[in-house]
Write a protein that binds this ligand. Sequence first.
Ligand SMILES: Nc1ncnc2c1ncn2[C@@H]1O[C@H](COP(=O)(O)OP(=O)(O)OP(=O)(O)O)[C@@H](O)[C@H]1O
Ligand code: FES
Length: 613
Amino acid sequence: MRRAGLIKPLLRINKNKSRVWRENYATQVDANFAECSLDPKEYVDFKRQLRQLNLPHKDGHTCLQLECRLCERNRQPAANSQKGVDQGLLAYVNKRTGAVICPSCDVKTSLANALMAYQLPTPVGYRRPPQCQPHYESRFPHLVDVTAEACEALGIKGLKEDQLNAIGAQWEPEQQLLHFRLRNAAHQVVGEKVLHVADRREETFQGSSTSGLLIHGGGNKSKAVLVSNLLDFIVLATQNIESHCTVCLPYELKTLPQECLPGLERFKELVFWLHYDASHSWDAARAFALKMDEKRCLLIRPTETEPAPHLALRRRLNLRHILSKATPVRHKAITTFGAMRNDILSELQNIEKVNGVKWKRFPVLNKLLKGHRRGELTILTGPTGSGKTTFMSEYSLDLAMQGVSTLWGSFEIRNTRLAATLLRQYVGYPLDDRLQEFNHWAGEFERLPLYFMTFHGQQPLKPVLEAIEHASYVHDVMHVIIDNLQFMMGVSSHRGDKFWEQDSIIAAFRAFATKHNVHVTLVMHPRKERQEDELTTSSVFGTAKATQEADNVLIIQDKRLTSVRGKKYLQIAKNRYSGDLGIMPLEFDKDALSYSSQIHSAKRKREKTPSET
Ligand SMILES: Nc1ncnc2c1ncn2[C@@H]1O[C@H](COP(=O)(O)OP(=O)(O)OP(=O)(O)O)[C@@H](O)[C@H]1O
Ligand code: FES
């Protein structure tokens, strides 16, 4: 049975700020191509067809590599087929998503479409993409060789302009920036990355479906060091390390498009030597390693004596020596303290980053939970209508505003209503009587890394998990919210006990959070209790399994229902990470749909000191 494209349930309302796609020329993306997850049957059919056609193909780390037959450029008879492989006119099939990418003509299509391209004779109805090489037009037309002054402005000790020119850098004198080209797996220029020397800010511009990388080093090397920013790239690339290429990731630790993966296929070993400046990126190496095939990934754990290359050079540390100390990302099933020693030291020295992303609107949560970390399971419960959705919406918005890419599964309320709540919380007041401001705010809001599943109403677990898995791979989603779990009950084929059913759903989300290193928040109804009783962890609907599996249990307590002066507050009833329990008062601002004390006090301040205009 052909499964529906799983990206369909995902409505993307964000574009990464620094990611400029398809701007300078038309990429040949198949018009019918909806991002889809791989249908195993289609994949098996495809491989069978390749064997029948006697087409050589290589099962790579993340992609299946084969001669491209999507356009006319490479359609020799089967006997000559090796030629295509030698010439490098390769197509790549992503083994997780089934997306077929040809970097030579910059084409991206679905496996179903590619299946037709590889059939002989070609079925009627298959429209071959025209042969054309990617042509990226730089937005910086006045680039020159790097000058001695530019090199000096960069402030890297001992660095000479010749070295910068030798690694492909150029200089933009007017805007005072260093410029590098990004190339795809066919070595075509598909984008550019720049470093503003004044504030060390980086920007990435791409106009391709294939997404490029910045790679320095000979094509014969089978090992590479991955760095996350241009300064680290410059420092490492100019060391001319014989054994390794140096690769700069296109979007730092924010996201790694699947379109980059073909460019890394040739490497048997990838060493992550990353700079962790934003707290949300602490776990990025693990998430990226999963995407690149963990088995070939090594990691340099950041410690005082082994920081990222630029810092290491500043501290006069021996870069080759640090590189030699990289260890596998994945520990063996049985390990020793010695093997974990550096992990532990690295975490202790970076405890604030390990603690996770801090909320800006909820300082009490930072105090108790320390931060929002990947790989955990949180349960939020509270009486009916107590504001679970409204609170979770603000909680997730706060994190998304700091770069935590978030996927909402709102089965109860429609996405437009949820997005309207998020937008109102973002703006701080309703826009219904200020419609003239809508475009401004919507433009800003759109840049947040927020995604929505388009499922609505009762849903079985399997397609939901598939959609989440797909989003975590393609969009590097870090936080998933399911509102609420009861909408997944009673629709499975198993007609058993409902507690058993719920336990198995929770166990599936628990396993998912751990395996994919994604934070999952489940909104759940409490079991029916008398209104005057406080809710406790055992009030969460179902068996004790729910709260046993969870790392955090948050309960909205609504004392307004039972006492005249009662207040509403959030109780942290379980906290596996630090063990601190406590409460956070929830004072509601109806205009801003906000529970944040920070928002309240800012508003009060504004009201007290009316603007001078
Ligand atoms: N403290 C509050 N005071 C007044 N109104 C509130 C408060 N908190 C939330 N609301 C409003 O109550 C309504 C219901 O809130 P919400 O949908 O978030 O609750 P819920 O707990 O998710 O509901 P359900 O149990 O149906 O899932 C919303 O219109 C919201 O704006
Ligand atoms: S060579 Fe692949 S589409 Fe042209």
